[in-house]
Design a protein. Sequence first.
Length: 196
Amino acid sequence: MGAEYNKLSGRVTPEHNRTLPFTRMLAGPLDYTAGGFNNATAAEFKPQNTRPMAMTTRAHQLTLYVSLETGLQMLADYPEIYKGQPETKFLRDVPVVWNDTRVVGGRPANYVTIARRNGREWYVGSITASHAKELDIPLEFLGKGDYIAEIYSDAPAAASAPKHATKEEKRLTAATVLHVKMVPAGGQAIRIRRAQ
């Protein structure tokens, strides 16, 4: 089940997305349509054929491009919904193929954090289900040197306004431990590149 089910039912829940890395991806890449930007809370969600909704936060949808490996990435929503949205920068940057994958942490009924490398850049994605979650992400996989992280997170009000995300940049090293705070149905997507 990918985003097309949002037109038919409420079956593509945050729990569904969070479970896929522990089930369908055990055999390798999967087919999944991420990138729904018409985000709604579970209470607001309704299946509809025109302008379908996604029952997750904006940051959760960004994270699916990292936490779910698929050989053919796409934007699942109406083209005009992406216009002027600052999060589209992450969608332009995130690659489709990976040189390395690390499961940083997770529990099937709770959350998952996956780090993937393409060339010299790392992408880290964390998602939760219908509960808020705070966790720490060790970055020892980075190696020596200084890095810049572009971090897309749930905005403080994202639990009730799921289209709201924040973006910040941080300087870090492999010794850094990032603290992640996700709202229910939330996530955090990170692009990490070497500092100049």
